[in-house]
Write a new protein. Sequence first.
Length: 117
Amino acid sequence: QVQLVESGGGLVQVGGSLRLSCAASVSGFSAYTMSWYRQAPGKPRELVATFTSGGRLNYADSVKGRFIISRDNAKNTVYLQMNSLKPEDTGLYYCNAKVAPSSRDSWGQGTQVTVSS
């Protein structure tokens, strides 16, 4: 089981930026596909961005051009740089780790992002 701890959330005005971090306690971190999800009140959890173990990046259409996912395998950490934030980006942001498509997901506790207009 992978232990994931997110940080960096907070309250920001429209157009502002935040950088989320997710620290993983696991050996072989580089073999994991790391993703960020978010969940707004009353809505299902949605995928925001993915950084595969092979180096491929994927983004939800709603964040393309504004968010950047990155990882530092030496620090066992994945980041989400969020720019030009909008009120609809508000939600609880979760880090996810998965070593293989059939493996069990590991989740962090989430970090709250609130964008005020």
